[in-house]
Design a protein around this ligand. Structure first.
Ligand SMILES: [Zn+2]
Length: 312
């Protein structure tokens, strides 16, 4: 899949490869929807492709790398057996030993760690030696949306490539190209998810559209002073609560930034009030993983929304 907004990053890597300066350690500073995994895969192909320095996308190595089945490519993710969700020191020692061996195909080898910030302190320390004394042809890709969680000792030994998600227009153009004739669905999907077109592509479009319409309805009710807070809180605190909060976050952000969203601005809301609500939505998102009572937390949020709209 060609992601147009990655073109600049890909060109930068192509130039590095052409001049023999492909980084031994690349830290991809990803953001939601920006396609860091795609870029990591592209980087691995750059290391392994039989037509190097350019990536052909057709040779056996490229096809194996795309499928994640190349013998000289390893993907390291948190051990599913570990409840902590961490990448452990044993996993890092194992990958370091593997990376020290010469490659099967003789071109090079590549390890992708995703998310790199899942490495615990010991794992990061174990990685330092590999970062400091790389075997020629061995490449490491650290993928993370939160590089600040990695120790400076690790970050400083990597070349950092920062990715940003496409803006709404570019995201819509991409989705139209992937699946034409669903413009209204794609607009609704981005209204809920924000500019995350890859996520939109994988999501249930009809479901996202229903959620978007629900959010719009809620805001209209608040605007006309007819919001039934208790009933809506019960409805909103079900299994779709994370998506609904995400959609509300997008609607409030769009209101603050005065960008197009939810097809039409449904509420009059002072910027300060919208910002305060935005804070509360984000706080509530953080509480979703805890034992907080969802209906009560949602009810509190909706009372504040209702009061803020009435006062604006
Ligand atoms: Zn190839």
């Amino acid at each position: 899949m060609n992601l147009p907004w990655l073109a600049a990053a890909q060109q930068q890597l192509a130039h590095a490869a052409a001049t023999g300066r492909l980084p031994h350690a690349l830290l991809i500073h990803d953001s939601s929807g920006a396609g860091g995994v795609e870029l990591a895969r592209n980087f691995a192909q750059r290391v392994l492709c039989e037509a190097t320095p350019d990536v052909c996308g057709r040779c056996a190595s490229c096809r194996q790398a795309q499928a994640g089945e190349h013998p000289d490519l390893r993907l390291v993710v948190p051990d599913p057996e570990m409840k902590s969700g961490q990448i452990t020191v044993d996993q890092v020692r194992e990958l370091s030993a593997w990376l020290a061996l010469s490659s099967h195909g003789g071109r090079g080898s590549c390890v992708v760690i995703n998310p790199a910030d899942a490495m615990n302190r010991q794992a990061c320390n174990a990685l330092l030696k590999t970062l400091e004394e790389p075997r020629p042809g061995a490449h490491l890709v650290l993928l993370t949306t939160q590089p600040a969680r990695l120790p400076a000792t690790v970050r400083s030994r990597c070349q950092v490539l920062r990715l940003t998600a496409p803006d709404r227009a570019a995201a819509l153009a991409f989705l139209d190209e992937q699946s034409p004739g669903h413009r209204a669905d794609w607009e609704a999907a981005l209204d809920v998810l924000g500019p995350a077109p890859l996520e939109a592509l994988d999501a249930d479009r009809a479901h996202l559209r229903a959620i978007r319409d629900d959010i719009k309805h809620l805001l209209q009710q608040a605007q006309t002073g007819r919001l039934d807070v208790v009933r809506q809180a019960a409805h909103w605190s079900g299994q779709d609560m994370p998506l609904r909060l995400r959609g509300l976050e997008q609607a409030l952000s769009a209101h603050v930034l005065r960008t197009a969203s939810l097809s039409a601005p449904a509420v009059t809301l002072k910027i300060a009030a919208a910002l305060a609500l935005l804070d509360q939505v984000r706080e509530l998102q953080g509480l979703l993983a805890t034992t907080v009572s969802r209906p009560l937390a949602m009810e509190d949020m909706l009372w504040r929304l209702s009061a803020a709209v009435t006062a604006s």
